[in-house]
Design a protein around this ligand. Structure first.
Ligand code: ADE
Length: 342
């Protein structure tokens, strides 16, 4: 089942894509949060620049909406190079990839989103490209088959994935720089909302930005999306002034609760508690009961619920913790893990 979720970090409309582009920080200096990643990247970029070499191949992994694509753009800006964007599922034939690779210039960036979904034959085709900057292309068949060796310019591959665990070992071993992106804290999200509001010419006070930050599930893409909804509401109902009351009212209308959870999150918790007695329950069973894809649950629903301590993942499946029972107004059974975060 597919539907629009205001707090889903993954589904992006064309309109939102343009909107994100205007809000995307162009440099690491303007990038808010992910301090460890930013610090390590600054060093890697500076070292590559001093040596006059392209950056090593890199991987960003973590939940959707946290800035993987943004960082790839920042790297391209910093290296003064061109960026070509594609994704694992979009690359079906080696011929498609061949075209992309041979068009890359020295130091250019090839960004592959959802790199864990590259077909196996494409992945193998990539190995010599990444390692030796050449591709082996087989032309003709049978007796006349021959391998043509095509040299490539020294490019940088940047992969992004929500599932670092699903990457094959040979691919992972060829990615020299590996960075994990984690959810943002409230203070960082609030700064991002304030920055975005400034770019959009929206008037917002501390209360307004704090309300939006609290409901953004640790995710800048969601913070910016909520800001957009609140800005519309404020323009129509509050002379364009976003304060705490305006933000609350706008987001209540959108069905986003105080903690940023939406219907799918609440249903997810409710199914574990009501259908499966609090778990443990396997994700396949949850997927069948909720009529949602396993991937949607694993990539977009669970990470934030786990991080916030609503659920735990055990060997035998997912379990609801005390905060989940409280959220749904259910009695907390003995044995439910207590609140981890207050
Ligand atoms: N907009 C979206 N993500 C951002 C970030 N990490 N820093 C600044 N602005 C952003």
């Amino acid at each position: 089942m597919s539907r629009e979720r205001l707090v889903s970090p993954d589904i992006i409309s064309k309109e939102e894509e343009g909107f994100n582009r205007t809000l995307r920080p162009p440099t690491l200096a303007e990038y808010i949060g992910q301090r460890k990643v930013v610090e390590k990247l600054e060093i890697a970029l500076e070292a590559a620049r001093r040596r006059g070499e392209p950056l090593e191949h890199a991987l960003f992994h973590g939940p959707p909406g946290l800035g993987k694509t943004t960082l790839a753009h920042i790297i391209a800006n910093a290296m003064g190079s061109k960026i070509t964007i594609t994704s694992g599922p979009a690359l079906e034939r080696t011929g498609d990839l061949m075209g992309i690779l041979t068009n890359l210039g020295e130091g250019d960036i090839l960004f592959i989103d959802e790199i864990h979904r590259l077909p196996a034959n494409i992945e193998e085709f990539l190995y010599p490209a990444m390692e030796d900057f050449r591709v082996d292309f087989v032309v003709d068949k049978g007796m006349f088959a021959k391998t043509i060796n095509v040299p490539l310019k020294k490019f940088t591959l940047i992969g992004a994935t929500t599932r670092a665990g699903s990457l094959s070992a040979p691919l992972r071993n060829r990615l020299g720089l590996v960075y994990h992106l984690d959810f943002y804290d409230l203070d960082e999200l609030q700064k991002i909302v304030v920055r975005s509001a400034r770019i959009l010419d929206a008037r917002i006070d501390d209360g307004g930005s704090s309300e939006i930050a609290r409901r953004a599930r640790g995710t800048p893409r969601i913070a910016n999306r909520l800001l957009r909804r609140v800005r519309d509401f404020a323009e129509v109902k509050a002379k364009g002034e976003i304060n705490s009351a305006v933000a609350r009212e706008a987001l209540r209308l959108e069905g986003v609760d105080e903690s940023g959870l939406d219907d799918l999150d609440r249903n997810f918790l409710s199914v574990i508690i009501r259908h499966y007695h609090g778990g443990p329950v396997g994700v396949e069973a949850l997927s069948a009961t909720l009529n949602e894809e396993v991937d949607t649950l694993v990539d977009m629903v669970e990470p934030y619920l786990l991080q916030q301590g609503f659920i735990s993942r055990t060997k035998s499946g997912r379990k609801a913790n005390e905060p989940a029972y409280k959220l749904l107004g259910q009695p907390v059974p003995r044995g439910a893990a207590p609140t981890l975060f207050d």
